[in-house]
Design a protein around this ligand. Sequence first.
Ligand code: GUN
Ligand code: ZN
Length: 430
Amino acid sequence: MKIYRSALLRFADDGQAVYDSDALLAVAADASGRQRVVAAGSWQALADQYIQREGVEVIHLPGKLLAPGFVDMHIHYPQTDVIGAPAPGLLPWLENYTFPHESRFHDREYADGVAEFFMDELLRNGVTTALAFATSHPASVDAIMTAAQKRSMRMIAGKVLQDRNSPDGVRDDTEQGLIDTEILINRWHGVDRLGYAITPRFAPTSTEAQLRGAGELAAKYSDVWIQSHVAENLDEIAWVKELFPAARSYLAVYDDFGLMRERAVYAHSIWLDETDRQLMQSTRSAAAVSPTSNLFLSSGYFDYLKADVSNMLYGLASDVGGGMSFSPFRTMQAAYVVGREGHAKQGQSLSPQNLWWQHTAGAARALGLGGVIGNLQPGCEADFVVINPACTPLLERKTAQARNLDELLFAMIILGDDRLIEQTIVSQAK
Ligand code: GUN
Ligand code: ZN
């Protein structure tokens, strides 16, 4: 058993932050060998019970903060090298930068190289789980799964389905794409900590036959994830209207093909109407809110107020390479600013505790992994970060002046980046 002594941040079931400035976090292997949190709470209350036990190693980290590993609900690993590609909007960005770049991932060796870098970059930024797009090439999935497995990470990924309106090099074949998806589900889903996500890129690049097949697989493999994009950009929405004239809305296209259910995650979800939000809520589908991407591509603002009224699930995501950074701190910063767009008009804003929750326990809940990752309550898998709140002169100065938890978290959200993450610890199996 390992006992950590440090400040500790975790979350109650209702999303409230729980903070102990001098805490004990006990981590030990369960019967299957997986490392989990055994105890978490104030040092004073728990130390007597735990530090006397045999074989206990105590790790004292004065001045540091332990917090749950971050969960990135939407990211494209093949777009690691696409970050910062300027374009007037989503569709030219895809055509001119993203599709040509993704065509390189048919080459397993190339994909392995990017996947290795990507995984290290996630960990360097404190991200321990991501729901990731690969490309349309099955080899690209083998590459990311292999890289995640090597690091014992809980990673969810899938082969992109895109059988139309896509150039040579990334376009797949309707039937073959579905056959490959099923092969990859059987190869990777549930292996160690890996999960598979059925991944139609977005409605405009899949035929009805491919979407129907994806929906059939989603019904057959009910604990597999589904990921796609929806209602990101106004030109994209107009295109969907042309391609699916009978659908009630863009989101309804996915519903029509059986692609909305628990564990379905729709990136962006900016331009939804009330009926769409109800559909998200009633199907327990979740939105992946990607504020740095939405700002970079000038897509629009996620409406937090309306999302909360509808009680739909959502959480934060980087959306690299539309997104501007791997760092959850940069994503939370942008979410705060974007949240002001709606809330400020009502004299409110997103709280730092809520922003942090959206990128940890809230994101885990939205992925159907509440109580498993994204938190440090007893029973959770032991994925966590060691944060150094004094990692820069300004952060040292600012966090030392924090009078309460909100001020401490806010200082890190507004001023922070990868430098805050001193160490990322991933739950190992025996
Ligand atoms: N819509 C379809 N594909 C993509 C993508 O790769 N990135 C973003 N941001 N939106 C998309
Ligand atoms: Zn995306």
